[in-house]
Ligand binder design. Structure first.
Ligand code: GUN
Length: 290
């Protein structure tokens, strides 16, 4: 193996220590404790794990964490009522509705309802639109984590060819908008399931981001020698093992730098949710973001 391993877990530990200090200072100086509410509908095992991680990370950073667990058969109206109540709840600075929702529920009206000043998951279409027009409020947590990993590794995106595989609203689309902001200045290609000759497109990349949700999709022949490879995939094998979208062992032979799964982007997603919640708490009280 030749690639440098980009250790998201170690970076997350460092960033969370800084956030914990900032939370303590906010409490001491302004008597403010940031609060996050996470709404989980139903009992999807992966979602339960993710919401549990967010809850523990919040508490460890000294924030208020409220977990709201709703039954699988919750109606659209009841879910929207819960979100409206959180919008009006003074203790809560950030609201997150864990996806995917059960099939009978439509996420879009729920996301549209989340107060813009509490939209720490950045999935309200208005928040996404603000980013799309180059005037962002909150960054979605997973792409934000990707940017932090690149910045910490001193991998400059200005002028770089970045290929993102996957066009989801959670990762691919917002990440492409973030990377083309002034100051980041990447040349971005968003590839997807209908892309012609995916391997050739991927080989153009200085930075290749795999966010398709397809285990082992990215293989060594798709990676240019020395490229940076960021694996956003979270797939489970039949044995329950967590694996990414990248064939790690093969790709690590040709890449210059690579994130592992687990221990890469995942810990940074939770960390950036804490960061957004801290910023929301500050902005809501008229304080500067940092
Ligand atoms: N499901 C998987 N990732 C996410 C995320 O970042 N936010 C929400 N709300 N649901 C998710």
């Amino acid at each position: 193996m030749s690639a440098r391993i980009l250790d998201g877990k170690e970076l997350a530990t460092r960033v969370r220590a800084r956030i914990t200090d900032d939370v303590a200072r906010l409490r001491a100086e302004h008597d403010v404790v940031p609060g996050l509410a996470a709404v989980l509908v139903g009992s999807d095992p992966a979602s339960q794990v993710y919401v549990g991680m967010k809850h523990r990370a919040c508490e460890a950073a000294g924030m208020v964490s409220r977990q709201i667990e709703l039954a699988e058969d919750t109606s659209q109206e009841d879910l929207e009522r819960v979100v409206s109540e959180l919008n009006d709840d003074e203790e809560i600075d950030g609201i997150l509705v864990q996806l995917p929702l059960p099939d009978h529920l439509d996420p879009q009206p729920v996301q549209e309802l989340i107060s813009l000043d509490k939209d720490v998951d950045a999935l309200n279409p208005y928040t996404a639109g603000r980013l799309a027009v180059g005037d962002p409020t909150f960054f979605s947590c997973t792409p934000y984590g990707v940017l932090e990993i690149l910045a910490d590794a001193e991998i400059d995106t200005a002028g770089a060819e970045v290929v993102i595989v996957g066009r989801s609203n959670l990762v691919g689309r917002p990440l492409s908008n973030m990377l083309t902001l002034k100051g980041r200045d990447a040349t971005v290609t968003v590839a997807h399931s209908r892309t012609r000759d995916l391997a050739a497109v991927c080989r153009r990349a200085d930075v290749l981001v795999a966010a398709a949700g397809s285990a082992g999709l990215v293989t060594a022949d798709m990676v240019r020698e020395g490229a940076t490879v960021i694996d956003v995939g979270t797939n489970r094998t039949d044995e329950g093992k967590l694996i990414g979208d990248v064939d790690f062992d093969g790709v690590a032979e040709v890449a210059g730098a690579i994130t592992p799964v687990p221990g890469g982007v995942g810990p940074m997603t939770v960390t950036m949710l804490l960061q957004n919640t801290l910023e929301a708490a500050r902005v809501r009280r008229g304080l500067p973001r940092r």
